[in-house]
Design a protein around this ligand. Structure first.
Ligand SMILES: C[S@@+](CC[C@H](N)C(=O)[O-])C[C@H]1O[C@@H](n2cnc3c(N)ncnc32)[C@H](O)[C@@H]1O
Length: 357
């Protein structure tokens, strides 16, 4: 049996010979800066899948499923092969199946002919309707991203949020480099990570803020959403409440997981409240260690430039409605305990007013 991430290097090599999205992204990460003229880690994703790649994927799954395995196990197998933390557990498959997959799995086709293969695969193999999952066709998501001006000649630093990501159909056509997505289904999170690994490195792996994308190119301040607790931007959890989890290190097996909050409904979950006193101090009098903490908590307070989604929130379940009501009561108590009206909280200086170092 192969080890975690056994196919990652080969995938990078296939990418390097073709679209080189990882090569371009690593070049930016290594510089820590994105400048005009840099090669963009972007590949156009087709609205139709290449037929022989789709067939090869299905053939592999059909063989895989003869041993009683399901689509979710297959996604785990792919995730383990490329080595993403969500799929850290060694797949329990026979040597015969392993050999079949090794011979027939279409790694090259998937990487060289970008399309939304995972959405089609999951729909064809039983995931349609789970948690209201219905994929949006790529013709539609491509048109939407054009209308929002985030796919053809976008401002590459625009931040784009997809709160009901599925396998990523909405974000696949987006050219902007500052992307975040989340889903309530762990299966969808894994499928989105796999497609991000193939086509969207700036969604899967962002270990540090990049000047020119997340930090202001001249003033070097974080001026766009950034989460310092994880090096990935695909989160698992409930977008109605803004409560998620993410691995600290997406490429490390059995990585620790962190709680991540994005616009949490429960106000007390916004870590920034713990630092209200520090924020009243003169910035120049705050030492570097405390500045780093403040920059981290402020960085996740930024609003997104664009939110694009196909959410299933028409039918909220009774438990969610109940939880919302409870949180609303807790929020009132929380504000009272702070002895601060809401507008005072909104008055906290923006990250744009804080120097990074
Ligand atoms: C209609 S599908 C859209 C999927 C994808 N965005 C697309 O356009 O193809 C809705 C997605 O929302 C997810 N979902 C449902 N309830 C959610 C919630 N409360 N928070 C986050 N994601 C949720 C489902 O798992 C599903 O993947």
């Amino acid at each position: 049996m192969k080890s975690f991430g056994w196919k990652r290097k080969v995938c990078f090599e296939i990418d390097q010979k073709g679209h080189n999205v990882w090569g371009n992204w690593f070049a930016i990460l290594n510089k820590g800066t994105f400048c005009e003229g840099d090669a963009i880690p972007y590949v156009p994703v087709s609205t139709v899948e290449k037929e022989d790649v789709k067939k090869a994927l299905q053939k592999c799954f059909d063989y895989f499923s003869l041993t009683g395995k399901r689509a979710t196990d297959f996604i785990d197998w792919i995730g383990y092969a490329i080595g993403i933390a969500w799929c850290s557990e060694k797949p329990n498959i026979t040597e015969k199946v392993e050999l079949f997959l090794e011979e027939h799995f279409p790694w090259e086709g998937l990487i060289q002919h970008p399309a939304d293969y995972m959405s089609t695969f999951l729909v064809l193999n039983g995931s349609s309707g789970n948690l209201e999952y219905y994929p949006t066709p790529m013709t539609i998501t491509t048109a939407i991203s054009r209308m929002l001006n985030i796919s053809v000649e976008p401002n590459l630093t625009d931040s784009v949020l997809e709160p009901c990501l599925g396998p990523g159909a909405m974000l696949l056509p987006v050219k902007a480099l500052n992307l975040v997505g989340m889903d309530l289904s762990l299966l969808m999170v894994k499928a989105a990570c796999i497609q991000a690994f193939f086509y969207k490195p700036s969604l899967l792996f962002v270990p540090t803020p990049i000047v020119g994308i997340h930090a202001h190119p001249v003033e070097k301040r974080i001026h766009q959403y950034f989460e310092v607790k994880t090096d990935s931007r695909i989160y698992w959890g409930n977008s109605l409440f803004g409560e998620f989890q993410a691995p600290k290190n997406i490429f490390i097996q059995d990585s620790e997981f962190e709680d991540v909050y994005v616009n949490p409904y429960q106000e007390s979950l916004r870590e920034i409240h713990q630092y209200r006193d520090w924020l009243k101090e003169e910035w120049s009098s705050i030492d570097v260690e405390r500045r780093k903490i403040l920059v981290g908590v402020m960085a996740r307070e930024h609003k997104f430039t664009v939110v694009m989604s196909n959410p299933p929130f028409g039918k909220m379940n009774a438990l969610d409605i109940e939880k919302m009501k409870t949180i609303e009561k807790e929020n009132i108590q929380f504000y009272e305990s702070l002895q601060a009206p809401i507008d005072v909280i909104e008055d906290i200086p923006s990250i744009g007013q804080l120097q990074l170092f």
